[in-house]
Write a protein that binds this ligand. Structure first.
Ligand code: ZN
Length: 345
């Protein structure tokens, strides 16, 4: 599997005699059906994805559908039948060329279903990649926009995981270190792609996000990313980044109003301290820091992707059913959800 620019992988694939399969954009059920068919016909023994999170998710899904012969939708959760995956996949090797999703160490693949206008996961412990090759050098050539969107996805994931109802001591340390790395490295990596230290720290933070994701759940921002990414052609990280400060603000306001002793509030304070590097930083300072970063990294508002006021109700209804929403620190009402997505418009 490669992404839209296969020339970036030429030096690596020259050593092999592979069947290559190119995918640009985020993976869909159709792409996976097609890829699995190709792998079966070519008698492939192993699947290697060299690319961003989309390419890695596509490869993971192709490796599992190749051996669990059938229609991908049957295995998909939320909109599919959620049929259990029982047969181990072809061995799968992930070589990330972005620093964002951490998909190289997670057990799911997010696929879009054009038919349902939503994204959902194929999920199984069997889907954990056999090998993950994380080499920051492969990210040196990423354009600033991709650095921004993928890096902000990593930040969103780490923040959501750290405050999620499924946070646990195992992931706490990983999240704290990951957030700290992004706070220090994302700006330099965006402004100077050749900054080796910044690229190394972003690659680590992305990997940490994936490790934490495999052991906890996300929240309201990723709850929205599922229906928005399924209906509109927008990079996942751009959607997350536009929603992040508003999702944080809504969660904090509701926690203060409904559950002032909730441990997530203290976690939002430590996030603010990690992001700003200031020991006296308030929760609001943390949210402002995220807002300022999104501005500096030129994250467009949701409207830029064609989303309008008229869409918000439907999007909020779908977001309420997304699997990520179950791990949000507290359940948000439909009205509160509409307020979050409307603020990001
Ligand atoms: Zn994400």
């Amino acid at each position: 599997m490669t992404g839209a620019s296969p020339e970036r992988t030429e030096s690596l694939v020259a050593e092999l005699s592979p069947e290559t399969f190119r995918a640009s954009g985020e993976p869909t059920v159709d792409l996976v059906r097609d890829g699995a068919w190709r792998a079966q016909n070519a008698g492939c023994d192993v699947v290697i994805s060299i690319g961003g999170g989309s390419v890695i998710d596509a490869g993971k899904a192709i490796a599992i559908i190749t051996t669990n012969v059938g229609e991908p939708l049957e295995f998909l959760e939320t909109v599919g039948k959620g049929r259990a995956i029982t047969v181990p996949p072809l061995p799968f090797i992930a070589v990330p060329t972005t620093a964002g999703t951490g998909s190289e160490v997670t057990r799911n693949a997010v696929l879009g279903s054009t038919e349902h206008g939503v994204k959902a996961s194929l999920r199984s412990p069997l889907m954990l990649p056999r090998v993950a090759v994380v080499d920051p050098e492969l990210t040196y050539g990423l354009p600033p926009e991709v650095t921004a969107f993928t890096g902000l996805d990593a930040l969103t994931q780490l923040i959501e995981l750290y405050v999620s109802v499924r946070a646990n001591p195992l992931i706490d340390a990983i999240c704290v270190t990951g957030i700290e790395h992004i706070a220090n490295a994302l700006r330099p990596a965006y402004h100077n792609g050749a900054d080796r230290d910044a690229r190394r720290d972003m690659a680590l933070a992305s990997l940490f996000g994936g490790l934490a994701l495999a052991n906890a759940g996300l929240g309201v921002v990723h709850g929205f990313a599922a229906p928005l990414g399924g209906q509109w052609k927008a990079p996942h990280g751009a959607l997350c980044a536009a929603l992040l400060p508003h999702g944080m603000a809504a969660n904090v306001a509701e926690l203060r109003a409904r559950a002032p002793q909730h441990p997530a509030l203290e976690r939002y304070s430590s996030i603010a301290r990690l992001l700003t590097g200031r020991s006296e930083a308030s929760v609001e300072d943390g949210i402002d820091w995220v807002r300022a970063l999104s501005e500096e990294l030129r994250v467009p508002a949701l409207r830029a992707w064609g989303i309008t006021e008229a869409d918000l109700q439907g999007v909020a209804e779908k977001a309420a059913k997304a699997s990520s929403m179950l791990a949000n620190p507290l359940p948000l009402t439909e009205e509160e959800l509409i307020a979050v997505v409307s603020a990001a418009l």
